[in-house]
Design a protein around this ligand. Structure first.
Ligand code: SF4
Length: 329
């Protein structure tokens, strides 16, 4: 199966996303993801226009790159290039052709990628390295480096793609294995979910199976540790909580977050207060003014009034409308 730049990018973000894209699963929609895509495309299109103003686009301006075009000497810049080899395919934003200065050596091809963010991340760099590998395989020429044009200032960053080629090959191998087996990877919600087109589908699935990854603060290593012990769901985790004395070394670090306690709170639909809150005893009446309707709150509660007003309110109280203060006509 051909590994495309879309699958490669998806795998770097989340193996499940790569699997779903490869299976042709329809996206469940995500407004933020659509917005991000729109912004990236606008940035890329503006970048391409700027690039074409600087470099002439004679020759293969866009479309499938013919290996013969790569060595012909009549172009300097190509945009929206499709580089295809036996098992790789990449839609490259732009390719710059630098003519050789030494004798009859071939020109150098430099893939260019436009990234809207002010600071390109690892995914952006690996995507450029993937472009370089696909370009190299499609033309038979060595592609040693590429450029990322990024941010508000359109800064150009030179990346040695050859250094990243090993990592790119390993990822391609893993994608190949995943697609060959045809088995969906284990679902694990992650930081990318917020901008993924499958967010609604995966969240629904995670809720159905009560998956541990619903705890967004739980690190993958911790989740894996629980899985090795046979704990796969939040409900199972809730039975593991035992109240213990906090070890001394942990006392210095403050209160740790117990996911097992959080799971227990969810199962029992109860609020647990971690530790003993030290609240000053204050007998204070609190007046609430909601849309001009004055209410008097009475009961047993602790209220700490700071200089700027109430800063802490804890306990149980009864709130009633105080007609004596503002009689209703
Ligand atoms: S929603 Fe999250 S878990 Fe699902 S495919 Fe996207 S990134 Fe992966």
């Amino acid at each position: 199966m051909t590994i495309t730049d879309q699958l490669f990018e998806a795998f770097l973000q989340c193996p499940t996303k790569c699997f779903l894209r490869a299976q042709g699963e329809p996206p469940t929609g995500n407004v933020y993801s659509d917005w991000v895509r729109g912004q990236s495309e606008a940035y890329r299109s503006a970048g391409v226009t700027r690039l074409l103003e600087r470099l002439s686009a004679i020759g293969p301006p866009h479309g499938l790159l013919d290996p013969a075009d790569a060595i012909s000497a009549n172009w300097q810049c190509a945009v929206e290039v499709l580089a295809q080899s036996q098992h790789l395919e990449s839609h490259i934003h732009a390719v710059e052709r630098i003519p050789s200065q030494v004798g009859r050596q071939f020109a150098q091809l430099v893939p260019i990628r436009f990234v809207r963010a002010n600071k390109p991340n690892n995914v952006d760099k690996l995507m450029l390295a993937f472009d370089a590998l696909a370009l190299s395989e499609a033309t038979g020429l060595q592609v040693a480096f590429g450029r990322i044009i990024h941010g508000d200032e359109h800064t150009s960053l030179r990346i040695k793609t050859g250094v990243l080629a090993g990592r790119v090959r390993k990822v391609i191998e893993r994608i190949g294995k995943q697609l060959q087996t045809g088995q969906a990877p284990e679902l694990a919600l992650n930081r990318h979910c917020g901008e993924c087109e499958f967010q609604a589908r995966c969240r629904q699935k995670a809720i159905e199976i009560d998956d541990l990854s619903l705890f967004s603060g739980m690190k993958p290593e911790e989740r894996e540790r629980h899985r090795r012990k046979g704990i796969f769901t939040i409900n199972q985790l809730s039975y593991t909580f035992r109240q213990r004395r906090q070890p001394r070394r942990e006392e210095a670090l403050g209160k740790p977050h117990y996911f097992a306690l959080q799971a227990l709170a969810i199962r029992e639909n109860t609020v647990y207060v971690h530790g003993s809150p030290q609240l000053p005893d204050a007998e204070t009446s609190v007046y609430l003014d909601i849309e001009g309707l004055s209410l008097l709150s009475t009961g047993s509660f602790d209220c700490v009034a700071g200089h700027g007003g109430v800063s802490l309110f804890l306990g149980r109280s009864t709130v009633r409308r105080d007609d004596s203060l503002y009689p209703v006509c």
